[in-house]
Every structure is written in structure tokens, then in C-alpha cells.
Design a protein around this ligand. Structure first.
Ligand code: GLC
Length: 416
């Protein structure tokens, strides 16, 4: 009896040893539940074909919270996660901190958007990330309530007021326009669009400032949308992030929604009340300057501290392959980082607006690609949000923000 138990133990041990050390790739990714399910399925398939196990580390959908959790792990030089998705807004920080393992030289970058790869995904000449999906701000509108989308913010406001007033007779909770005004990174992305080409982060002589006429005008308009015009709900500056905005529009209570391309597939889902009624348009332009669509999106990178480098690289190659990027389009409606998919006939049949989006991405405006961008953004978020709450005037808020930004820049020894 004893002998059998010993033999059994020996057998167990030898099986365990033959599998070698734990080769699992830990993949950190955030998002809505449906998105995380998508990643789970893809990871399972990778394991089935390669034999390499993948563990998903589920992150929140708020980009600032995702960044914080990865920074904690990387600063502590933890070996997990091995692979993660990074917002384009924080790749500058991650590469300057030397947290990214250069990707293998044989990764084929040709099918990707060249300009994006060259400005965002290379650091000191080496490839350190690949774009998994691209974002650019778009305007969703109710095709059944307006004939054409507005070209300027002023026409959007006029139309929002008119339609809101008419709709409220039957729908008392109807609003003209929802956008991401809560105090987080999403607020900055819409602020850049309200300001247009003459505003946003003004980068000159190595310095960055916000106090300029286009930004003052933009802030005044953002506050007015909430109060006194009240075409945007009062909780815009306290609660509105991507998913809150998306759900409000999807329930059928909203005329215009500023969001990212991911919302389109959800609006068109079988059980969506706005299915077939949703149009996608370019973000409107301010009175002075041209329209801006903020460049967003998430890129995949491998941790400098991974202990499963070869497995991690294989996983990166798998999720950026033509077939899997296509799957991401078909199942989630996301816009792939690979340019070669935008002409795929089966994709265009499912999402006809895809071709138009290709040029939106090529012209979208990035946020400053600096290692200290997140700190500047945090300052801007606070002061802009105070204006939306009615606690500060636009000029005063932007002047204070600039003073703090100069402090950050001088800590990084950059001439303000
Ligand atoms: C989207 C964009 C990202 C941006 C974020 C702001 O996820 O892809 O770049 O920073 O929204 O909320």
C-alpha cells in the first residue's frame, strides 16, 4: 500500500517536472465586461494552438486607473504582468522609464499605420510596442431626429437646444448632447476637440501651455453646455466617462454623443434601442480653427521584467495578426492598428463607416508624447473640471494650470 502511494507521488512529481517552470503569460487588460470576455476567448485559443497558458489580469476600464496599477507593478520590478495594453497617452512614460522590452526584430510593422508606429511605438530606434486598436473622437447622432450632423459646435448647440425642447414633450429626460466631462483623461481628449486646431496643449520652445484664446473659448462653451444652456446633463462633470455617455445615448435619451469608435457596434447591437438610428460623423469645428479629433487607442507592450520573453513575444504576434485583428473588428467593432484591414470587403460590408475612419485616424491629433504627460494631464483635468463645476473662470483656471505645468517642466529640466 505504502509502495503504491510512493510510486504515485513519484509519477506526479515527474509529470510536474517535465512541464518545466511556469510558462504562463500574464496579460493585463482593462475594459467593459464584453471586451474582457473577448480577450479571454482569444487567450484560450492561443493556448490551444501554442500550448502556452495565458492568465488574464482584469483591469478597470478607466485609463488612469489602469496606468496606476501597471506603474505599481513595474516600479516594483514585478515579473507579472508580462504583456499589457497601454494607452497611447502613457507610452512615452513607459518607454522613458525603460519598462518595455524591445519587440523582436522580425515583427512585421509594414501592415500598421506607419506614422503611428514611427511617432509612438519606437523609442531610441527600437520597436517597443504595436498598436492593437486605434481611437479617434467621433460624433454619434440620431439620424431619425436630425437630417445631417452639425459642422460646427455652434450649430450643434442650436440643434441640440431645438430638438431637446421638442423631445421633452414626450421624453422629459431627453438631453441634446453627452460627452466625457468627469475629472479623468477622457476630459482632456474632449477639451482638445472643443478647442480645435488653435487650442489644446500649445507646444512651443520645448514648453507646453494651455492659456490661449481658443482654450478660453472652449472652456466657456463647455461650461455653458451644462449651465445655463443645460443641453448636457448636470452630472457631466461628476460622472460622465465613456460608458456612462454610451449608455445614455443607447437608451434613446440623447441626440448627440461624443465618444470613441467602440460605441458603434454596441449601438448597432440587436437589443439596442438606437439600432439603425445612429449616424457617425466627424467632430464639429470651433468658430475659429478647424476640427480636431483626438488620437487615442491602446498598444501592446512586453514588460522589461518578464521571465517568459519568448512566450510573451509569441502572444503579441498572435493578437496583432491579421486574423485576430479582424476578429476584434467583427466582434467588438474596434478599429485595428493594422491598416491592411480597412479595405477588407467583409469588414466594409459589416461596418461601412470604416473606410472614412481611416482618414480620421491619419489626421487625428495626439496628446503630447512626453514622459511627464500624465502629470500635466492631471493638472489640466483638475482645473478644467473646476470650470465645469462653476468654481473657476476659464482664464483664471488656465493661468493656474500653466503655473503648475511650468513647475512640472522645470522638474524635468525643460525650458518652460
Ligand atoms: C480611450 C482612448 C484613450 C484615451 C481614453 C480617455 O480609451 O483610446 O487613448 O486616453 O479613451 O478616456
Amino acid at each position: 500500500m505504502k509502495k503504491t502511494a510512493f510510486l504515485f507521488l513519484l509519477l506526479l512529481l515527474s509529470t510536474a517536472c517535465s512541464q518545466g517552470p511556469d510558462r504562463a503569460v500574464v496579460f493585463a487588460v482593462g475594459g467593459a465586461p464584453a471586451e474582457l470576455d473577448f480577450w479571454e476567448n482569444l487567450a484560450d485559443e492561443f493556448t490551444r494552438t501554442s500550448g502556452i497558458p495565458v492568465r488574464i489580469l482584469r483591469q478597470p476600464s478607466d485609463t488612469d486607473q489602469q496606468r496606476q496599477s501597471l506603474v505599481i507593478a513595474l516600479k516594483a520590478r514585478m515579473k507579472d504582468p508580462d504583456v499589457f495594453l497601454m494607452d497611447i497617452a502613457w507610452i512615452g512614460l513607459f518607454s522613458a522609464a525603460d519598462w518595455l522590452m524591445p519587440l523582436e526584430a522580425d515583427m512585421d510593422t509594414v501592415p500598421f499605420f506607419a506614422q503611428v508606429i514611427d511617432t509612438v511605438d519606437r523609442f531610441n530606434g527600437r520597436l517597443i510596442a504595436l498598436p492593437v486598436y486605434m481611437d479617434a473622437g467621433v460624433l454619434y447622432y440620431r439620424k431619425d431626429l436630425v437630417k445631417a450632423p452639425p459642422d460646427t459646435w455652434q450649430t450643434l448647440i442650436a440643434s441640440a437646444r431645438k430638438v431637446q425642447e421638442a423631445q421633452r414633450k414626450t421624453q422629459p429626460d431627453f438631453y441634446g448632447f453627452v460627452w466625457t466631462g468627469a475629472q479623468y483623461e477622457g476630459l482632456i481628449t474632449v477639451f482638445m476637440e472643443f478647442a480645435g486646431t488653435s487650442g489644446g496643449f500649445v507646444e512651443e520652445n520645448e514648453g507646453i501651455r494651455l492659456n490661449c484664446p481658443a482654450n478660453i473659448r472652449a472652456l466657456r462653451m463647455m461650461r455653458e453646455l451644462i449651465q445655463p444652456l443645460a443641453v448636457s446633463p448636470a452630472n457631466t462633470f461628476t460622472q460622465m466617462k465613456e460608458e456612462e455617455v454610451r449608455m445614455a445615448f443607447q437608451q434613446g435619451h440623447i441626440l448627440y454623443e461624443r465618444n470613441w469608435p467602440y460605441a458603434w457596434a454596441l449601438h448597432e447591437a440587436d437589443d439596442s434601442p438606437v439600432r439603425g438610428k445612429t449616424g457617425v460623423a466627424q467632430v464639429p469645428a470651433p468658430e475659429t480653427g478647424r476640427s480636431v479629433s483626438t488620437l487615442g487607442g491602446f498598444h501592446v507592450g512586453v514588460s522589461r521584467y518578464t521571465n517568459v520573453k519568448a512566450e510573451a513575444m509569441a502572444f503579441v504576434q498572435f493578437i496583432t495578426s491579421y486574423d485576430n485583428q479582424k476578429r476584434m473588428v467583427m466582434e467588438l467593432g474596434w478599429n485595428p492598428g493594422r491598416q491592411d484591414l480597412y479595405d477588407d470587403p467583409s469588414i466594409l460590408a459589416k461596418a461601412p463607416h470604416f473606410n472614412a475612419l481611416k482618414s480620421v485616424f491619419q489626421h487625428a491629433r495626439p496628446r503630447p508624447l512626453k514622459p511627464y504627460y500624465s502629470q500635466i494631464s492631471a493638472v489640466a483635468q483638475t482645473h478644467i473640471n473646476r470650470v465645469l463645476a462653476g468654481h473657476a473662470a476659464p482664464e483664471e483656471a488656465l493661468a493656474k494650470a500653466d503655473l503648475e505645468i511650468q513647475g512640472i517642466l522645470s522638474r524635468y529640466q525643460v525650458d518652460p
